[in-house]
Write a protein that binds this ligand. Structure first.
Ligand SMILES: Cc1cc2nc3c(=O)[nH]c(=O)nc-3n(C[C@H](O)[C@H](O)[C@H](O)COP(=O)(O)OP(=O)(O)OC[C@H]3O[C@@H](n4cnc5c(N)ncnc54)[C@H](O)[C@@H]3O)c2cc1C
Length: 444
């Protein structure tokens, strides 16, 4: 007999984490996903005959919940993680600088890299060190932006262009002026200042959808193309289950909403209107990826930052194939495909010595308008608790302490599953399940 029946709405990383954690705890879990694809924003699909990710995704070694989830799915063996922090940086005119951590305790592990950073003058390198050290102890004022704090700590336009924008705009998918100081300090401290191993980059060597598929195999049933339109109320103050877009109703002991904020607000509007109100005010930001196939072979790095260019990071997926990632892409997301390809090809062709004599063979672009979410300025992130005992929220945009990332999604999934497990185990709203375990993916 299952510990209880749970519906999870949304098969992104948050929903899948919650579903796997609840399945592992003995619950009979059904996942309902609107799309035909699994993985939500962290998925893959075929473009011109090649399976590409819905945007290049990277993580850092400090993303410990994500790496634990990947290990649970036995997908960690498909991940690449650096043995030490290393980042290649190119100037627009083709000069290269390698930033490397050394084997001494943090934050000293970054000292040689900063002192030797050729894209800053010696005085700029010292000011950068000063700011990094100050970030260890700064107490963030409530409304201060990261940009204003950087200015207070001697970071001029050159420092912003050479260091802060290439590393922090992609990490937070927002201009530094709009990043709350609290979030930026969290990333800076967690990745760079406390543990010399924390900022090691990692990424998947297989299409991201494989992760979602591995998760689905651990869950009783995953329904794709199955949008949920409402959460009906059962006895007063409790969720009864879910109502599909088709009108069909299904009863569950517990429900986990793991959709993006606007859809969550809609789903919660009748059953938990107060929670829904705050969630409806989240804003999204786009990310654009441009795929370039070219005639040269190896460009001599796995990934690199590009200064003073529309592209922040370039990834070599295979010899002759680059992915250019543009975060905070408001100015790019609406542009035609061919224009995006031309802009990115010009940028990498000028900057990368390995491409000087290369020809562009073809290109493609993926655009995600709602790539990341953040609450309105000064608003707190939503909690996993909805005020309804058997209804919880998960999502990278909820209050996990992390910005909207895969790590946050997985953390939120574990958090939501923990709350629901506790509540349902305490005996609330339980009904019996006779359904068999398994890993079925069904279209409704
Ligand atoms: C281009 C791009 C690049 C990124 N790069 C990085 C990166 O490098 N590193 C990083 O850590 N993060 C990155 N992110 C962010 C990361 O992908 C997200 O933080 C994370 O995947 C979000 O997971 P989630 O489960 O919270 O939400 P989602 O993945 O959005 O999942 C929500 C799911 O709910 C479904 N849904 C919505 N409404 C309904 C409904 N009514 N019924 C049923 N299902 C519904 C949606 O279809 C979706 O599948 C990137 C995102 C994008 C788009």
């Amino acid at each position: 007999m299952a510990a209880g029946r749970v519906a999870v709405i949304g098969a992104g990383l948050a929903g899948l984490t919650a579903a796997v954690a609840l399945s592992d705890a003995g619950f009979a879990v059904d996942v309902f996903e609107r799309s035909r694809l699994l993985g939500g924003r962290a998925t893959s699909f075929v473009v011109d005959g090649i399976e590409v990710d819905n945007g290049q995704h990277v993580f850092l070694a400090c993303c410990t919940s994500l790496t634990a989830f990947l290990a649970r799915l036995d997908m960690d063996r498909h991940m690449y993680v650096q043995s030490r922090f290393e980042a290649v940086v190119f100037s627009r005119d083709g000069r290269r600088c390698d930033l490397r951590a050394v084997a001494v305790p943090a934050p000293l592990h970054l000292l040689p890299a900063v002192l030797g950073y050729r894209f800053l003058q010696p005085a700029g390198r010292l000011r950068l060190l000063w700011a990094l050290m100050a970030a260890r102890t700064t107490k963030p004022a409530r409304e201060q932006s990261f940009a204003s704090w950087l200015a207070e700590h001697g970071q001029d336009e050159t420092a912003l262009r050479a260091f802060w924008r290439p590393f922090f705009v992609p990490a937070l998918n927002a201009p530094l002026e709009e990043v709350p100081l609290r979030e930026a300090l969290f990333v800076l401290r967690t990745a760079f200042l406390h543990d010399r191993n924390a900022a090691r980059f990692g990424y998947s060597r297989v299409p991201l959808a494989r992760v979602a598929q591995a998760a689905a195999a651990c869950i009783r049933r995953v329904h794709t193309e199955a949008p949920v339109r409402a959460i009906p109320e059962g006895r007063p103050g409790w969720a009864a289950g879910i109502e599909l877009e088709s009108g069909e109703r299904r009863e569950y002991d517990g429900v986990c909403v793991a959709t993006p904020p606007q859809q969550a607000a809609h789903l919660l509007s009748s059953v938990a209107p107060h929670t829904a109100d705050g969630i409806g005010r989240y804003a999204s930001r786009p990310i654009v990826d441009v795929h370039l196939w070219h005639s040269a072979a190896d460009v001599g790095f796995d990934f690199a930052a590009l200064l003073d260019a529309p592209v922040q990071w370039i990834f070599q997926k295979a010899p002759g194939y680059l992915v250019c990632s543009i975060s905070d892409a408001l100015g790019f997301v609406g542009r035609p495909r061919d224009e995006l390809i031309a802009v990115c090809w010009d940028a990498v062709h000028d900057a990368l010595p390995g491409l000087r004599t290369a020809r562009l063979v073809r290109g493609a672009a993926t655009r995600v308008v709602e790539a990341t979410f953040a609450p309105a300025a000064g608003q707190p992130r939503a909690s996993a608790n909805t005020g309804i005992p058997n209804l919880v929220l998960a999502g990278s945009w909820t209050d996990t302490g992390w910005p909207d990332t895969m790590e946050s999604a997985v953390r939120s999934g574990y958090q939501a599953a923990g709350i629901l497990r506790h509540r349902l185990s305490a005996g609330a709203g339980r009904s019996e399940s006779t359904a068999p375990p398994g890993g079925e993916v069904q279209r409704v």
